[in-house]
Design a protein around this ligand. Sequence first.
Ligand code: GRF
Length: 207
Amino acid sequence: MAASRLVVLVSGSGTNLQALLDAIDAHPEGPEGFGARVVAVGADRDGIVGLERAEKAGIPTFVCPVKAYATRAEWDAALTAATAAHEPDLVVSAGFMKIVGPEFLDRFGGRFINTHPALLPAFPGAHGVRDALAYGAKVTGCTVHFVDGGVDTGPIIAQGVVEIRDGEEEAALHERIKEVERTLLVDVVGRLARHGYRIEGRKVTIQ
Ligand code: GRF
């Protein structure tokens, strides 16, 4: 079976993207391989390390800044077209800090996954790490899930747990979560690609 085609969307440092690229590189091609390859990397802004990582790996990139379009719907259409041009089997939001619109979801729903730095359904949104700390939670972690029309509300595929240390700062905790997150994302993407999956209501089964 051909390797699944991945488009990865980023907004920042792209360490999750790098973990995927490294895992794919570390596997042989063919039936014993990782089962997926990154065919393009998209971003909502220029000048980020995530795009540099893609360029260094010789992977095509595209950038769709929200501000470049008159309306959010036009941005949604442009992001959908730019992503679709690479004919992905799976789209991975790896630190992509934008909520996609209905056109993107129509096209890629059921094959668009996101990684979030908290144990959903707790602490959704842009500040999952800060919100868990502010709440006084004792454990947090990361969640890889399919994206639906809500904010971090789609069916959960896998989660990783991280204990919160007394007095820990947001940046340090986020770094420790990201260590777990990178391993989890690589594991999930590889298994989805190699084994296939079913989504029934909120339940995801990797076959
Ligand atoms: C991750 O923690 C992701 O969950 C969050 O932003 C971070 C992205 O990190 N939304 P990176 O760009 O992959 O290094």
